[in-house]
Design a protein. Sequence first.
Length: 116
Amino acid sequence: QLQASGGGLVQAGGSLRLSCAASGSTFSTYIMGWFRQAPMKEREFVASIRWSSVTTTYADSVKGRFTISRDSAKTTVYLQMNSLQPGDTAVYYCAAGVMGRGYVYWGQGTLVTVSS
């Protein structure tokens, strides 16, 4: 199970930190990711981090502004979002990936609204 939190309303230029708490069957996962879906748009990849190597990957649109990290207990993943823009407005989802199967576990989503 994945539980995402931390969304809210923020002005352009502001910051938010999202959290994703992992529990239960997600012990078999090797990678955690954040995705987002804006109204009338497809869900898109935002960032990912591997549990073991802490290797991170970012979408070009968020590079230099967002930072993904995890806690040492490997139970929570964070997404620090700085310099937020109205174009970042979306429902943000965390997901956990299993080797060879892709992202198979998804959280419920948390809404981020950036006002101009």
